[in-house]
Design a binder for this molecule. Structure first.
Ligand code: GTP
Ligand code: NA
Ligand code: MG
Length: 443
């Protein structure tokens, strides 16, 4: 019997959370499970992404949970960094994801980037589950590995179970304060009302079958419309850009719609605005390493080679151009490059390397009740300095630059003009510096 429904693509699952809470270790488990069990065509690590196919998914779940019929073609996971500086990557991941895993160290609870991740998921209305990781660090843990949470739990003594409950309740409470109602997944009856918490130990490979089961269940019940395979247009999102000297530029891309062919023309955003370029090669990670492909179907993590000299904008969409659709694609790309930020008549100027981080900074400014007058992508230039130095309100003569450079002549201009630049790659400390500067200027 055909159990894969026609025309579904793999749901894109983004893994988010605070630094060192165990996101990458969890993805290692998801990859490793198949390597260990030598599943043919099992889990492949794609560029920027980890893919698990239907059969592997089914086998992993069915070893522990009998009643689930897998109808999706697999899952495509995207890892994100938890470091404070990578707000842009988290924002991009949240935007791309059909569903997400929020990883929380069960012993540490909610931390700043956990909360930032929750804000991203709320903003994009992305459904998610919570992986309460490092349950092996809870006192009285009776050793277990490579198994489900349920099986691990059945081996534990009462002392451990009480400690675990206490830690999970703390997370439930802290999430509740953030407006999220949650419960341990095996105690939930209505998954539309509560977010599922799956206790895991990524280090000992405990709880992966439970995670896969809950994700698959949610995707099949609530995401079907969302994950219809669409062949009419081909789209992706560039997650990493590398200049390879004379060879050209490679774009690590998550293809989320349609089919991409070698030789296709694609529209994308560059520092100078929308542009069209040609796909010179498509590189994917196959079972035996990197392979060139003539075409690839979504969803997939791929590397695209282009040979035009373009300054591709990090996080840009790529849209395959067929016939004379260039104008529509360009309009879309122009819209995409306009940040979703409320600007005020008076306020500070912010600059960042990408839309996602610009929006993240604007969000933090709003939280701190600091008005933003201007928000732009790109380095801090002499012109920026001159612009802010002529503003009437002395409190507006400041530029906050996130992950951008300040050009040499901008630095010179700073000396002769009355303007302040606060730059760095840690949003919170930049806001600290800014608040201090604003206080100082007021007095
Ligand atoms: P970033 O990508 O830097 O944000 O971190 P991450 O969330 O990907 O965490 P990572 O997987 O790198 O794990 C961080 C550390 O925690 C590593 O030393 C892991 O071995 C350890 N770790 C991860 N999961 C567990 C776990 O379940 N139990 C224990 N004891 N340690 C774990
Ligand atoms: Na880490
Ligand atoms: Mg990691």
């Amino acid at each position: 019997m055909e159990t894969t429904k026609k025309n579904l693509r793999e749901p894109i699952v983004c893994v988010l959370g605070h630094v060192d809470h165990g996101k990458t270790t969890l993805l290692d488990d998801i990859r490793g499970t198949t390597v260990a069990k030598k599943e043919a065509g099992g889990i492949t690590q794609k560029i920027g992404a980890t893919e698990i196919d239907k059969n592997t998914l089914e086998t992993n779940i069915k070893n522990y949970f009998k009643n689930i019929q897998v109808t999706i073609p697999g899952l495509l996971f995207i890892d994100t960094p938890g470091h404070v500086a990578f707000a842009n990557m988290r924002s991009m991941g949240g935007a791309l994801a059909d569903i997400a895993i929020l990883v929380i160290d069960v012993n540490e609870g909610l931390k700043p980037q956990t909360i930032e991740s929750i804000d991203v998921l709320k903003k994009y209305k992305t459904p998610f589950i919570i992986a309460a990781n490092k349950i092996d660090m809870i006192p009285y843990f009776v050793s277990s590995k490579d198994t489900s949470f349920k099986e691990t739990l059945s081996k534990q003594r009462k002392e451990y179970v009480d400690f675990l409950d206490e830690k999970i309740y703390k997370i439930i409470n802290d999430l509740y304060v953030k407006g999220i109602s949650s419960d341990r997944y095996d105690r939930i009856t209505d998954f539309t009302k509560s977010f599922a918490i799956v206790p895991i130990s990524a280090k000992l490979n405990i709880g992966v079958p439970d995670i896969l089961m809950v994700l698959t269940g949610l995707a099949q019940r609530f995401l079907e419309e969302h994950i219809q395979f669409e062949s009419k247009s081909t789209r992706g999102s560039v997650i990493e850009i590398k200049k390879e000297g004379s060879l050209g530029t490679t774009l690590d891309t998550i293809l989320y719609q349609g089919v991409l062919h070698k030789g296709d023309k694609i529209a994308l955003n560059t520092i100078a605005g929308p542009a069209v370029t040609k796909v010179k090669a498509i590189i994917a990670t196959g079972k035996k390493g990197m392979v060139e492909k003539e075409s690839i179907k979504s969803a997939a993590g791929i590397r695209i080679l282009i040979t035009d000299k373009l300054d591709v904008l990090s996080g840009t969409s790529i849209i395959a151009i067929k016939g004379s659709k260039t104008d529509a694609a360009f309009n879309e790309l122009i819209n995409e490059s306009k940040p979703d930020i409320k600007l005020s008549e008076n306020g500070i100027t912010i600059k960042a390397e990408a839309i996602g981080s610009l929006e993240a900074i604007a969000y933090e400014m709003e939280q701190n009740k600091i008005n933003v007058r201007e928000a732009q992508i790109g380095d801090i230039t002499k012109r920026d300095i001159i612009n802010v130095s002529t503003l009437n309100n002395p409190l507006d003569r400041v530029i906050v630059g996130f992950n951008v450079n300040t050009s040499g002549d901008a630095k010179e201009a700073m000396e002769t003009n009355n303007a302040k630049v606060i730059s760095g790659n840690v949003i919170y400390s930049m806001i600290d510096d800014l608040t201090k500067w604003l206080e100082f200027k007021k007095n």
